[in-house]
Design a protein around this ligand. Structure first.
Ligand SMILES: [Zn+2]
Length: 248
């Protein structure tokens, strides 16, 4: 018999059989994996707490011929605060939606897992605005995945001390106001200084400092206009989970 010991976050749970579950784990060692949790829906099962959506646990998995099954689990962080709050839960579901598309089976992605865990921590343990956490998650996630926009200066002429800055979705980065540069993308989106600094911070800051800034409502909305479109164009998909929040 072979076993796998790994930390992991539950990103999906589906009921099966009389009292079982099949869970999808974003595991530290193997990326996205599915595992059977036998009897996890029985009231006295030892797997109850460790097989809930967003539970982060230490797992011992039995490697079966077709599938893993959970042998034992010890909860590290249950993220209760998120599961009990509809707004926070909707944001977490948005993060997981993006992760589910981008993370492959059996491919470890420790930096993405760390970003997700840090984002969930900010969402559950702090009063930081969920919309700002989401914008940071989206842009940093794309940067880790190899889609970092060029934001140290103008992507066309290379000048770094630029003041009037636009974001070019076509060129994937900042463009300065020189006519020779703006002609490269007449649809580039003009940015305020606040949005420029926020984007530079999200793409390039150290991991520990990533969430340590605030934005006015106006700049946050501006940033949202950039990240939502950048996400859609890079991943070629509309992520609509957060639209639900506009209706409540
Ligand atoms: Zn330029």
């Amino acid at each position: 018999m072979s076993y796998l010991k790994t930390k992991g976050l539950i990103i999906r749970e589906v009921n099966t059989g009389e009292a079982d579950k099949i869970v999808t784990l974003f595991s530290r060692n193997r990326g996205r994996i599915s595992a059977l949790a036998k009897g996890a829906r029985r009231p006295r099962s030892k797997l109850i707490a460790g097989t809930q959506f967003l539970s982060y646990c230490d797992y011992v998995l039995f490697c079966g011929r077709d599938m893993y099954s959970i042998n034992s689990c010890e909860v590290v962080e249950p993220f209760y605060e998120i599961r009990n709050d509809m707004i926070r839960l909707t944001y977490a579901a948005h993060f997981v939606d993006i992760i589910n598309d981008a993370i492959q089976e059996n491919q470890p992605s420790p930096r993405v897992l760390q970003l997700l865990l840090n984002s969930l921590h900010m969402l559950s343990k702090t009063d930081k605005e969920p919309a700002l956490i989401a914008r940071i998650f989206e842009l940093r996630f794309l940067s880790i995945m190899g889609f970092a926009p060029f934001v140290r200066g103008c992507i066309i002429c290379g000048r770094e001390d630029i003041t009037d800055v636009s974001f070019s979705f076509r060129k994937c980065g900042f463009i300065c106001s020189n006519e020779a540069c703006t002609t490269n993308d007449s649809f580039a989106l003009e940015l305020s200084q606040g949005a420029v600094r926020a984007i530079q911070h999200i793409v390039h800051s150290k991991f520990d400092d990533l969430f340590s800034f605030k934005l006015s409502a106006q700049v946050l909305a501006e940033l949202g206009g950039v990240t939502k479109r950048y996400l859609r164009e890079r991943l070629e998909k509309d992520y609509t989970k957060l639209d639900f929040l506009k209706e409540i």
